[in-house]
Design a protein. Sequence first.
Length: 559
Amino acid sequence: MQQLIQQLKRIDRKGYKAYNDIRGTFTFSSFRLHMDHIQADPYASPSRARVVVQHRQLHIDPDLYEQGHRNVAFTDYVARAVGKEIRKQNAQKSLFIDRPGQEILERTAVVCDRDKIDIRLSIHLPARGRTIMGEEARKLLTEKLPAIIEQAVFNMNMDELRRHVALSDDQETLRAYVDDREALAFIADGSILPRASGVENRPLDPDSAIPFTSPETMAVTVSLPHYGELRGMLIPRGVHVIVGGGYHGKSTLLEALENGIYNHIDGDGRAYIVTTSSACKIRAEDGRGVTDVNISPFIGDLPNNKSTERFQTENASGSTSQATNIIESLEAGSRLLLIDEDTSATNFMIRDYRMQQLVAPDKEPITPFIDRVRDLYEEEGVSTIIVVGGTGDYFDVADTVTMMDEYRPFDVTDRAQAIVKIDESQRITHKAAPFTTKSRRIPEPKGFDARRGKKEKVDGWGKNTILYGRETIDLSAVEQCIDPSQTRAIARAVDFLAKKYVNGERSLGELLDIYERETAAGLDDLSPFKGKHPGDLARPRRFEIAAAINRLRTLSTRQ
C-alpha cells in the first residue's frame, strides 16, 4: 500500500495520463489490489480494478462456495455486500460494482475459486478538469476501499450468508423436483406475485398484496433440505390455460412464471416460484426483421406465391412475427411457450366461426395457434401456458384451466370441460400439414461484421439494445432478458461465436451448444480485453443469445 501512496503523491496535480503510473499490483495488509486498466481521461469509461482476497485469510467453510449453485449464491452475496458498503461509505460516485437486483444471476462482478475471491470494481479516478487529484485518489484507494472490503468481506455476516446459500439449495431442489416430474412450474403458497409498480421489480407491500394459495386439486408438498415441507401449485405438462376477468391477476401470474427461470432473493415474494429452464415468452413483434425462418406450420403461402418455408422480411407483421418467435424458440431448444393474448396478434391466436364463414379457407393463409397448440404438445412435446380472457374456444384444447379471481387461483378444468360438452364450439379446425420444427439454419460468416469505421463496436446499451458494428439489435420484445449486464454478455457472446465458431457449417443450435460448453466455467472468456476484467457481465440463456442473432438484420443463413 505504501508504494501506491508514494506514487499518488508523486503524480499529484500532473496531467491525467500520469495515472497510468499506478497500473499494476499493490499489496495491502489483507488483500491485493490489481489496477488492470486506467481510463484515458476523466470522461472515458472508468478504470478497472480487482481486489483479491485469499480464502485462508477468511476461514470460510469451503462447502459454502465450492458447488455450482452455491458458488453463484456465494458470489452474489459478496457482490451485494460490497455494493451495500460502497453506499454506506458514500463512495458510489467513484466506486462501482455490478450489484445484483431481485434475481440471483451468475455474474463476473465477483469470481470465487478454491483459493481466492476476486472482486471486480470500476473506479472513477478523481481529477479537477484533466489534472490529477492525488490526495483524493489516496483517500479513495487506501482508506475508503480498504474500509469497504474490511466490512463487506472480512466482517461478513455469516448467518446471512448461510441463509442465502441455504435458499439456493432449496431452490435447486425445487427445480429438480419440477424436472423429475416432467412438470412445467411450481408456485409456492404465500408467494407475492404483484410488483410494487410497472417499473419496479420489488414486491408489492405484503399488507396490500394477496398471497398465492394453490387450488387443492393442483397442490403438492415438496420436502426441501432447509425450509422443510413446502406446499404449492404444480403445473403439469401439456396445454395450461389461465383465465379470469380483467385486473384479476392473469398476466401477473404469467409474468411470475416467465421470471421463474431465475432464482430470486429472500423477501422478493418469488423465491419459491420455479419454471422449467427452457421456458420462452412469446409475443407479437411488429416490424422485426426475419431471416430464412420456416413459419409454414402457421402461415401458408402468402399472396404473389411468396413461400413461407424460408420466410424473410425487413418488417414482419404481428402474425408473422409471432410465428417466427415460436419457431426460433423451438430451434433454440425451448420446450415451454408462455403466451399472453394481450401481447399477441389476434388473427394469429384464433379465427372464430363467423369469420370462417365470411373469409374462405383458401383466402386465409394463417393456421391460428389454437389449431396448432395440441400438435405442438402431442407431436413435438412442447407445452404451452397461455393467458386467455376473450375466447372460450381454448377450452377445447386445454389439459388444465386455472381461473384467477382477485389474485386467487382456482382449478376450473372440470367446469371448462363441462362447458365444452354443453356448448360445443361451431368453429372449424383448420387442417394443415403435419407439424415439423426440424429447422437447421446455418449462419454464414458474412452476416457478422462488428466494424464501425476502423474500430469494432460491440456492447450492450441498457437492457434492450445491443450495438454490433453499424447495426442496432432491438431486444425490447425479449422479455426474459432482465438485466443490462445480461445484454452486455449477449453482445459479447454473439461476437465470441462470430469470431471463433461461425464458419458456414455449424447450425445455430450447434453454436448455442458451443456457447454453453465454452462458458461452463465462467463468462470471463467472453471478454476480448486482455488484462481488463469483464466485471459487468451476467449469464444469459441460450434463448436470449439466439434472439439477438435472429434480430441481427445483416444475418445470412442457409438451410
